[in-house]
Design a protein around this ligand. Sequence first.
Ligand SMILES: NC(=O)c1ccc[n+]([C@@H]2O[C@H](COP(=O)([O-])OP(=O)(O)OC[C@H]3O[C@@H](n4cnc5c(N)ncnc54)[C@H](OP(=O)(O)O)[C@@H]3O)[C@@H](O)[C@H]2O)c1
Length: 301
Amino acid sequence: MATATKVILVTGASSGFGRLTARTLARHGHVVIAGMRATRDRNAGAVRELEELAAAESLSLSAVDLDVQSPSSADAAIAEIAARHDRLDVVVHNAGHMVLGPTEAFTPEQLAAVYDVNVLGTQRVNRAALPILRRQGSGLLVWVGSSSTRGGHPPFLAPYFAAKAAMDALAESYAAELIRFGIGTTIVVPGAFTSGTNHFAHAGRPDDEATAAAYDTHYGEIRASIDQRLADLVPPDADVQSVADEIARVVGLPDDRRPFRTHVDPSRDGSEVVSVVADRIRVEFYRRLGIEELLPSHAAL
Ligand SMILES: NC(=O)c1ccc[n+]([C@@H]2O[C@H](COP(=O)([O-])OP(=O)(O)OC[C@H]3O[C@@H](n4cnc5c(N)ncnc54)[C@H](OP(=O)(O)O)[C@@H]3O)[C@@H](O)[C@H]2O)c1
């Protein structure tokens, strides 16, 4: 990516990390498109707020309607960005949704829905956006992962954690398959941020309430307090802005200096150690396969 100013799509930018990331990247001088679903109704206020900020601070920051669960929405959003800006340099896969409850009490359809947002959503956006990035011969995918995929995972969040693990695996393989097109990959790995985003507040619950209630006799207190127990690990100075700042830092680095994976985890759940080991194993395995050229440069690892 030669230009310092990049055209960047952030998915799920109506709240939380996505909202802050869109603003932060725009304040760094980038052309930012904040993907949001329901821009005409539920998120109309978020769009207005963003437009007011853009006007007040003279930022290149605008919204596009993007529901990552709809292929036609993903296609239309990317087509609109291409029409408006004639290129796309960075996609920040941020949209996501969490659920809380005993695993057994979620219907298979609920698991599929969680997978749909967190995993298939990235695939829909990639299939719409990557042809542009491949044509350009440059670009960057930033995946907002989760430290849960590296070990920091308590019970009663399984459908979400399973989906984030799937997303992470997808991101790793994509990285190797895109590097020859000049497209880089960074997985930004937040630990738990129990306040400052809607992640916990909007968490879904199991549809099968009877089965969920059956867990109360053995797990009632733990189940009810799991989010509080996570919150208790988060230091008071944890700031959700740190995730947005890290994404902006990564985007601003030269292509050959970007980390493949970077953790932002105020609770220090230990997942970073697992990442170092797992990424070393991957490097060694790629070497044994004779495909180490598909890895990011050594400096970046
Ligand atoms: N907070 C944490 O502890 C934490 C830790 C690790 C990773 N993460 C990840 O960080 C990302 C952002 O989460 P957050 O903490 O900032 O929570 P958040 O405030 O709930 O943000 C989630 C965003 O995703 C959007 N979204 C959900 N479904 C969508 C869809 N179908 N199409 C488009 N957008 C959709 C939401 O939009 P609506 O407003 O329309 O619902 C919202 O803007 C997620 O991928 C999450 O897995 C969070």
